[in-house]
Design a protein around this ligand. Sequence first.
Ligand code: RIB
Ligand code: CA
Length: 315
Amino acid sequence: MIKRKIILDCDPGHDDAVAIMLAAASDKIEILGITCVAGNATLENTKLNALKICSLIGKTNIPIFAGSNKPINVDLVTAAHVHGKSGLDIEGSLIEVADDYTIQDLNAVDYIIQTCLEQSEPIYLCPTGPLTNIALSIEKEPSIKNNIKKIVFMGGAGMSLGNITPAAEFNIYVDPHAADIVFNSGIPLVMMGLDVTHKVMVNDEIIEDFKKNGNKSSYFFADLMNFYSKFHRKLYETSESPLHDPCVIAYLIDPSLFKGKFVNVVVEKDSLITRGETVVDWLGVTKREANCTVITEVDHKSFFSLLKKELKSLN
Ligand code: RIB
Ligand code: CA
């Protein structure tokens, strides 16, 4: 079976970590490289976290590249309130980086451009953080648009409330100008926004069930979720937490798990009140040209069965 070749651009980040594990485990995906961006934490932390995650799951063959340490036009806003200062705070044992596993010298933007141009077939870009690296790659070398099959990204919200402001989802809020470049790029887009990611909620029952896999990566998932759920329990006053980023990878593994609609999406870039809002024209009232498949439904049961099975296949 032909594997889907991807670049996973991320800001690990607890849910980014689960997305990395899912992609690394699946026999339907080939991770060409992981590129890191500032978002949940500073770039210093997100790149270190990516090294730690791949070390823990025994996938140090995956090259990791450092990208942008700040958004295109605005100051960096991080999410220490969700992910801790390191971006990957967990209770439990410290995660070590494997010996000789270091960040590649080539910067992420040039890696994305080089990889898109050298691959014989168009590849998938899978951003699960702010879209800064993706936007800068498109701006620097527009011709890569022909070498990108799809950008499947976690970000935005259509009919849902925002999670960093009432209007905006975090990834889009952090770099709205980058998001605007991506939405206007003409590249096929699939948006995994809060409308769908809030339908894959992790709770204690799921965490305990995953631990029955009995392997290191599943215990790591449990440690991640136990920390990550603290913020969400407080904010949403429920014992459940949205597993945002793995939705991107699950879509590549089995798109039939999801349902959405091809509509127009525009981003508010500059308003102090609604910066980062993704205005999803679900009913087509603006007559603006559709530019993005916005996902709103997921088969919750099959999603978690897939995730549990794939985590069990790791070390
Ligand atoms: O709004 C949720 C998104 O922002 C997720 O990708 C999370 O990791 C943070 O990057
Ligand atoms: Ca993320």
